[in-house]
Design a protein around this ligand. Structure first.
Ligand SMILES: Cc1cc2nc3c(=O)[nH]c(=O)nc-3n(C[C@H](O)[C@H](O)[C@H](O)COP(=O)(O)OP(=O)(O)OC[C@H]3O[C@@H](n4cnc5c(N)ncnc54)[C@H](O)[C@@H]3O)c2cc1C
Length: 395
């Protein structure tokens, strides 16, 4: 049986970043993915904020950072627009399949072993470590690792098998559906466009993430409890937009997005959970690529120390929780309150809010600055019902 210090289940951005950073630290690491090709299929709008590059210590590479974004445009149900442009809204729309392969090369070149078309079927604690049963091209083989990283995405089962319940409640999961489109017309290819309204996207929004002047990821995220499907809503919305309905669909993808239900403890004996599996996603915009990678870097630091000390218990690994919550998790909790506030708003509330909110307020709210929301309510004297809804979540 092959033995490693760390086995990673899932070669998405979280798993690959963990593999890269652990290998750099000299830890022996193996990373399995059930897909037959890294980065494919893409289930993502591919937006990545520029600040993430600095935070993660990676340089955008023109091979995958293919379209530059300078800001965001937010639209109310009646079409009123708020433009948000600042240092913080700079970013890129990625070619994610190329980006993930780039990450995989970094990890492999640093010494990590990566296997595709390898489905981890079982994990069982044995001899102070974990025995993994892996279906490799249809043949079952056993591997041994001292620590397992569950980076197996929103449908994670690995953590659950090892004692952490990662299953999100339906209310905390969005349903995403997206077309990559070409031959479309829209204004402002240097910004992402987000369209709000309960008729077009209940408990969520429709988006256009440009990939060129006439190409974009056009998608929708709606609450997981909504009866009609995300695709039905998206098709209706596209049909209402002259510039979009004339275009061609060159790729269809869909997936669930965890938007809440954060795990307080993402560690157990021999186990660390990262990325979507740990619900490390921004609950308002659903972005999780950068967060998964940041969590992976934090986890890699804690795990490398544990391996050095040959300590694989919950006690040796639990430091990851505090480091994560200090770095990002606590601000995500505040952003979750903003999500709950938005979810309660009807279309009339959206219109009242858009009339009074500034783009600076939007930026602050997006960062989880709840006091800004409270400040905005002072301007909403003509909408007492909305004020009540907002204060319920912001105080
Ligand atoms: C429609 C949609 C649009 C999105 N748009 C954006 C966006 O624009 N920007 C952004 O930042 N985020 C976006 N996200 C969220 C983003 O895609 C995720 O947050 C991100 O992929 C999380 O990375 P991860 O490594 O945790 O998990 P994943 O990328 O899901 O990787 C998990 C991997 O684990 C593998 N796996 C699972 N189980 C096993 C097993 N038993 N054995 C072996 N392998 C296994 C899977 O094959 C997969 O490759 C979007 C999501 C959706 C659904």
């Amino acid at each position: 049986m092959q033995k490693y210090d760390v086995a990673i289940v899932g070669a998405g951005p979280g798993g690959l970043m963990a593999a890269w950073k652990l290998a750099e630290k000299g830890v022996s690491v193996i990373c399995f993915d059930k897909k037959q090709e890294i980065g494919v299929p893409v289930r993502c709008a591919e937006g990545l904020g520029g600040a993430a590059f600095e935070r993660l210590g990676i340089e955008p590479d023109p091979a995958w950072a293919t379209w530059e974004i300078k800001g965001a445009a937010l639209y109310s149900p009646s079409g009123k627009k708020i433009e948000v442009t600042s240092e913080e809204t700079m970013g890129v729309v990625l070619e994610r399949r190329i980006f993930e392969k780039w990450l995989a090369r970094k990890a492999a070149n640093a010494g990590a072993k990566i296997f595709v078309k390898n489905h981890v079927r079982g994990v069982e604690r044995k001899d102070k470590g974990v025995e993994l049963t892996v279906s490799q091209h249809g043949t079952e083989n056993k591997f041994f690792a001292n620590i397992v990283i569950a980076a197996d995405g929103v449908d994670s089962i690995i953590a659950r098998k090892m004692g952490i319940n990662t299953t999100g409640k339906l209310i905390d999961v969005d349903s995403g559906f997206q077309y990559e489109m070409a031959g479309i017309d829209f204004e402002g290819s240097d910004r992402i466009h987000l369209y709000f309204g309960n008729k077009i996207a209940p408990r969520g929004y429709c988006w256009i993430f440009p990939k060129g002047e006439h190409e974009a990821n056009v998608g929708i995220g709606i609450g997981g409890t909504i009866q009609e499907t995300a695709r039905e809503y998206l098709d209706k919305w596209i049909a209402s937009k002259e510039g979009l309905k004339k275009g061609s669909i060159i790729h269809v993808n869909s997936g669930a997005i965890p938007v809440g239900g954060f795990l307080e403890d993402m560690t157990a004996d021999n186990l660390v959970v990262v990325g979507d599996a740990a619900h490390q996603v921004n609950p308002v915009h659903g972005g999780g690529i950068a967060l998964a990678m940041q969590a992976a870097q934090i986890a890699a630091g804690v795990i490398a120390e544990a391996v050095e000390k040959k300590e694989y218990s919950h006690d040796a690994l639990k430091g990851y929780n505090k480091l994560w919550y200090d770095a990002k998790g606590n601000s995500l909790k505040k952003i979750l309150k903003i999500r709950h506030m938005l979810e309660e708003m009807d279309d009339k509330d959206f219109e009242s809010l858009v009339d009074k909110i500034t783009s600076e307020d939007v930026m602050k709210l997006a960062r989880g600055e709840l006091a800004t929301g409270v400040k905005v309510t002072a301007k909403l004297v003509t909408a007492p019902g909305l004020v009540k809804k907002m204060l319920k979540h912001l105080k």
